[in-house]
Each structure stands twice: as structure tokens, then as C-alpha cells.
Design a protein around this ligand. Structure first.
Ligand code: ADP
Ligand code: MG
Length: 292
């Protein structure tokens, strides 16, 4: 039978906007030793915006944005919306790409008005043998500013680096400090660029981060931590976080995130804040103290 104090704990958490699927999740949450946090949409607000377009090889902002938006019209990636908004703001005619193809963790490609368009990270460019040396300085600068550099190539020639900014939630740092004060190790996991991740990690004070992790490898990362003896909590919002949420000892979903993430999680945070996560941990530990 579920101890009365667990039922009370689940109720208390609900008052704080933390929906716990069952008593077992609350009990396991009190034992978490490592909390893994997704970056985009979990630590950050998840509302990416284009803040700069750095063109190369004589291409114009409008040419680049028109091509980029034609591809992103077919994408469900969080960065896609930012590109589409920027294209609309520049009055670009958006024509959906043909032969569209998305590669998880790398980017998208397709044909627009007879031009082969590639968009994504440096791995996407490398896979198509697009030369990127000329952009190294600007890419490093954007990443140091915690922006995601998005590469765009037209007919296999690098045309631009689009700088996309997704600011951290203003209370992420304080909420992460609360988790750490409970003795947890806090780890950030992201598919984003290493240097962008490094800048975000420094802003919020996580103990460790893993970047450029492919979507299919997020769950393996959680498993590896478990094999080191850690009791792992995982918090995420995206479709690509679902396997990791299921693998973790306790999965936490951001309530404003995707349905798939919520379905894969044990606990849902109704407020778009990591304080809900720290509240869940506090309630679980207080509850278990009452049982012992
Ligand atoms: P995250 O963990 O940040 O959600 P993903 O694994 O989805 O990361 O993607 C990793 C990287 O691949 C992104 O940071 C981006 O550089 C690139 N990428 C993938 N798909 C797209 C897309 N549709 N538009 C722009 N960039 C993309
Ligand atoms: Mg995310």
C-alpha cells in the first residue's frame, strides 16, 4: 500500500504545479544523485530568434533567408521557427523545398528553384564536403556569445552563418543552484555546438556538460551514468528527449514541451521554470524523511 505521507507529498507537489504520475516516482525522486538537463527549451526558454546573418561569398541576406526558410518550412526543429520568422520579417517569398530530407542532430536539405540547399551544423556541412574554414572566426565568436551558428550552403558553397539566440530562463541558474545544494550533480545534455553549450553551461553553473550528442545517443548517456552507480533524473521537453526520459530513473517533462516528452516522463512541471524541478526534489525528500 502507498504510505499516507506519499499521497500527501503528491498532493503538495501538485499545489506547486508538479504533477507526479505515481507514488513510486516521488520515492525514487528523493534518491536522485545526478540530474541531467536538456538545454534547448529546458534550461533555455526555447524561443530561439535570429540575431544576425553573416553572409559569405557574395550572397545576400534575402537570398540566404529565402532558401533557409524554404527548408525550415518542412522542419519541426526548434530552430526552424526562428528562421521562418526572420524570413517573414525580411519579406522573403517562402517556397517549400522539394526532395526535402532531415538528418537528426545535423540539419536539413532540399531543392529550391533549382538550387541545392543545405542547412545545419558543421557536421552537416562536412557530410556534404562544404568548405567552412572562412567562417571559423565568426562561428567561434557566435558560440562564445551562447548563440547557435547555423550554416547555410547553396549548391555546396557556404553562403551564410545564421546566428540564433535562445536565452536561458532568468531563473535557471538559481534553480540549478538549489539542486546542487541538495547534493546533486547537475549535467547538461545537448545536440548543440560544443562552444555554444560551453557558454550556456557557464551562464547557469552546471557541474558538467555533454554537447553534440545525437538524439539517439541521449538515452545511452543516461544509461552510462546509471552504470557508474548514479540514480539519474532526466529533464527535457523535446521529442528527441523521450528515450532518455524513459531510460532515466525518474523522467521530468517541461509541461509546455512536446506531448511525446510528457508521455515518456514520470513527473510533469506545469510551470515553465526549473524551480518546479527543485520543488519536486524538496517535496520528495521531505516525504521520504517522514516515512523513515
Ligand atoms: P538539441 O539537443 O539542441 O535539441 P538537435 O539534436 O535537435 O539538438 O540538433 C543538433 C544541432 O543540429 C542543432 O543545434 C542545429 O545546429 C542542427 N540542426 C538540426 N536540425 C536543424 C534544423 N532543422 N534547423 C537548424 N539546425 C538544425
Ligand atoms: Mg529541448
Amino acid at each position: 500500500a502507498t504510505p499516507m505521507s506519499v499521497i500527501v507529498g503528491v498532493g503538495k507537489a501538485a499545489e506547486a504545479g508538479v504533477l507526479i504520475r505515481n507514488g513510486e516516482a516521488l520515492q525514487t525522486a528523493s534518491k536522485i544523485t545526478t540530474m541531467v538537463l536538456d538545454k534547448t527549451g529546458t534550461i533555455t526558454a526555447g524561443q530561439p530568434q535570429v540575431t544576425e546573418i553573416y553572409t559569405l561569398n557574395g550572397f545576400s541576406d534575402v537570398e540566404v533567408l529565402t532558401s533557409a526558410a524554404g527548408l525550415e518550412a518542412g522542419s519541426e526543429h526548434p530552430l526552424a521557427n526562428a528562421v521562418l520568422e526572420a524570413a517573414r520579417a525580411h519579406n522573403c517569398p517562402i517556397e517549400a523545398a522539394s526532395d526535402f530530407h532531415a538528418t537528426a542532430g545535423k540539419g536539413v536539405q532540399g531543392q529550391i528553384a533549382g538550387t541545392q540547399v543545405l542547412l545545419g551544423n558543421v557536421a552537416m556541412m562536412d557530410a556534404h564536403e562544404v568548405t567552412t574554414q572562412a567562417a571559423h572566426t565568426v562561428v567561434n565568436r557566435m558560440a562564445a556569445e551562447a548563440k547557435t551558428p547555423v550554416y547555410v550552403a547553396l549548391d555546396n558553397q557556404l553562403a551564410a552563418i545564421i546566428g540564433i539566440s535562445d536565452p536561458v530562463r532568468e531563473d535557471s541558474r538559481a534553480a540549478i543552484a538549489r539542486l546542487q545544494s541538495e547534493g546533486m550533480r547537475v549535467v547538461m545534455l545537448t545536440g548543440d555546438n560544443h562552444n555554444t553549450a560551453k557558454a550556456v553551461a557557464a551562464q547557469v553553473g552546471v557541474d558538467e556538460f555533454f554537447a553534440e550528442v545525437l538524439p539517439q545517443d541521449k538515452a545511452s548517456k543516461v544509461k552510462a551514468l546509471q552504470q557508474q552507480g548514479e540514480i539519474v533524473g532526466m529533464t527535457g521537453d523535446g521529442i528527441n528527449d523521450a528515450p532518455a526520459l524513459a531510460q532515466a530513473d525518474v523522467g521530468f517533462a517541461i509541461g509546455s514541451g512536446t506531448d511525446v516528452a510528457i508521455e515518456s516522463a514520470d513527473i510533469t512541471l506545469m510551470r515553465a521554470s526549473l524551480h518546479g524541478l527543485a520543488d519536486a526534489v524538496t517535496v520528495s525528500r521531505a516525504t521520504l524523511k517522514n516515512i523513515r
